[in-house]
Design a protein around this ligand. Structure first.
Ligand SMILES: NC(=O)c1ccc[n+]([C@@H]2O[C@H](COP(=O)([O-])OP(=O)(O)OC[C@H]3O[C@@H](n4cnc5c(N)ncnc54)[C@H](O)[C@@H]3O)[C@@H](O)[C@H]2O)c1
Ligand SMILES: O=c1ccn([C@@H]2O[C@H](COP(=O)(O)OP(=O)(O)O[C@H]3O[C@H](CO)[C@@H](O)[C@H](O)[C@H]3O)[C@@H](O)[C@H]2O)c(=O)[nH]1
Length: 335
């Protein structure tokens, strides 16, 4: 397949040494695209950036570095993953979250406008919806984040909306639901030890790094009393970004799109799958509810299916869980 001019331009992936960003780099490289990573390695790892991919080690809020990087590498599109992601930490340190997620995104968007970079893809989150009472959650659902993390992301969506109107930038904001799993070829996965995500914690428990797992509440108004989430495989999520990039490169309009499968699994269902994959009981107990957990979050996916040429390939809880466990086992062996 021949590439168009815009497909020849290098893609800047901020946060490309992190969990989702590293899968993004793989997805782009697998398609022969030129990629540069900008990451301060605060939670990411140098080893997550494949050989041959330039890593600019620095801060996404550093405008001089951004201008230099964009000019030096001939950047045509920016995929913005860099940020702080731990919801309870955002409650304790809100200003740090607004600085890292909102203020630094402002610097990046401004640098793109100044450099004439017209395509931008942003990692947003289902946390912008807060506690919606109707499922599935479509993109017209009122935006009422209930924590600074969600607010910091929503403010970035708004900056993009307004910058697009004023300066002609085109963007896609993808509101991820629950991202999980690892590269099917075992090239990357979730590396951070300070994990709060259910499937990562289950994998740490299976590999003996934790004695047991706690279910945060079994008295929710859901079929089995535990919270329901829409788990999307990280490689399908990366492919959705590739589709979003193609959409923008083909001249498509700015879009805000949910990114999930449109199906929910309860915490108990996820843990039962972990037990099925390992063939062993998982040490667990019921604990109190975790503050700020909505009972159920399931993506309305009509808009993304209509807008992007995106076909998920790993829409299967067993695949998600098995790939996360395989990655965790590999991490433990390496240590
Ligand atoms: N993991 C999820 O379930 C989930 C859900 C919704 C949205 N998101 C969003 O996806 C993005 C990636 O999340 P992740 O799970 O890969 O997290 P991660 O912590 O693994 O990756 C974030 C990366 O950004 C880098 N970074 C952070 N601040 C930076 C800065 N100021 N300058 C340069 N680099 C910086 C980190 O070193 C890390 O490599 C985030 O923006 C997050 O808000 C994640
Ligand atoms: O040890 C654990 C960890 C989690 N859970 C539960 O598992 C569910 C999923 O939790 P988690 O994996 O932490 O994800 P969420 O809290 O749903 O948040 C994720 O998904 C959101 C979008 O849905 C994103 O905005 C967030 O960034 C991302 O962390 C929740 O009901 C938790 O209470 C447990 O019961 N025990």
């Amino acid at each position: 397949m021949t590439m168009t001019m815009s497909e020849n331009a290098t893609v800047l992936v901020t946060g490309g040494a992190g969990y989702i960003g590293s899968h993004m780099v793989l997805a782009l490289r697998d398609r022969g695209r030129a990629v540069v990573v900008l990451d301060d390695l605060s939670t990411g790892r140098r080893s997550a950036v494949p050989d041959g991919v330039p890593l600019v080690e620095g801060d996404v809020g550093d405008k001089a570095l951004l201008a230099d990087t964009c000019a030096r590498h001939g950047i045509g599109s920016v995929l913005h993953f860099a940020g702080s992601i731990v919801v309870p930490e955002s409650v304790e340190r809100p200003l740090a979250y607004y600085r890292n997620n909102t203020v630094k995104s402002h610097a990046l968007i401004e640098a793109c406008v100044e450099a004439g970079i017209g395509r931008f893809i942003f990692s947003s989150t289902a946390a912008v919806y807060g506690m919606p009472d109707r499922l599935p959650i479509d993109e017209r659902t009122p935006l009422m984040p209930i924590n600074p993390y969600g607010s910091s992301k929503l403010m970035t969506e708004w900056m993009l909306r307004d910058a697009a109107a004023a300066y002609g930038l085109r963007y896609v904001a993808l509101r991820y639901f629950n991202v999980a799993g690892a590269d099917p070829q075992g090239r990357s996965g979730q590396v951070s030890r300070v994990a709060s995500h259910l499937i990562k914690i289950a994998a740490q428990t299976v590999t003996g790094q934790r004695a047991e797992l706690q279910i945060y509440g079994d008295d929710y108004d859901t079929p089995d009393g535990t919270c329901v989430r829409d788990y999307i495989h990280v490689s399908d999520l990366a492919d959705a970004h590739v589709a979003a990039l193609r959409h923008l490169e083909a001249g498509g309009a700015s879009e805000v799109l949910n990114c999930g499968y449109g199906r929910g699994y309860s915490v108990r269902e996820v843990l039962a799958m972990v037990e099925r994959v390992t063939g062993r009981p998982l040490p667990m107990r019921i604990g109190p509810r975790r503050a700020g957990d909505p009972p159920a979050l399931v993506a309305g996916v009509e808009r993304i299916r209509r807008t992007l040429d995106w076909t998920p390939h790993h829409d299967d809880l067993e695949t998600i869980v098995a790939s996360a466990l395989a990655w965790e086992e590999r991490l433990v062996k390496e240590d």
